[in-house]
Design a protein around this ligand. Structure first.
Ligand SMILES: [Zn+2]
Length: 157
């Protein structure tokens, strides 16, 4: 390494991306969201090889590399696998504070993230204890659903 490389700081450019886009969610996610919107149910797809129920559903099992075909309704109750409480604002997300948890819904073998609502987040330590891994939640469905993940949220039981 020569002297010049040792003394120059890395060059940094600032930038900002603000992009609106529409995209097709695909056949599997379309079925998932339509079932959520029209029936108020959360469904996964079952792997014919390992029998895992993947939620959110995938067209292929990522462990076995085989196509999934059978739909299985899961929940509405489940177990917290991980959580975070957000106290800083992010573009496109709700005003903080809010909580997000990964939950394995009953009957599923994978966890799905969503907001945890109806929870006092004013004291982070108290809220964190309530959101502890292993605690139980239930999915609560919106009355007016639009076929999006925000059609339901988790609530502590
Ligand atoms: Zn599998």
């Amino acid at each position: 390494m020569n002297q010049k490389e040792q003394t120059e700081a890395p060059l940094i450019h600032s930038g900002e991306w603000k992009i609106h886009y529409d995209y097709a969610v695909g056949e599997t996610a379309t079925q998932f969201f339509l079932r959520l919107r029209d029936q108020g149910k959360i469904a996964g797809k079952k792997c014919p090889s390992c029998q895992g129920v993947l939620v959110p559903p995938r067209a292929f099992c990522e462990r076995c590399f085989v196509q999934t075909e059978e739909w299985v309704d899961v929940g509405p109750e489940g177990t917290i696998e991980a959580f975070t409480i957000v106290y800083e604002p992010f573009d496109g997300l709700p005003e903080p504070p809010y909580a997000v948890a990964y939950v394995t819904l009953d009957g599923a073998t994978t966890a799905m993230a969503n907001f945890v609502r109806a929870l006092d987040l004013s004291d982070p330590e108290v809220a964190a204890r309530q959101l502890a891994v292993g605690n139980r939640v239930e999915a609560v469905f919106a009355d007016a659903r639009e076929g999006a993940v925000t059609d339901f949220y988790y609530r502590l039981m």
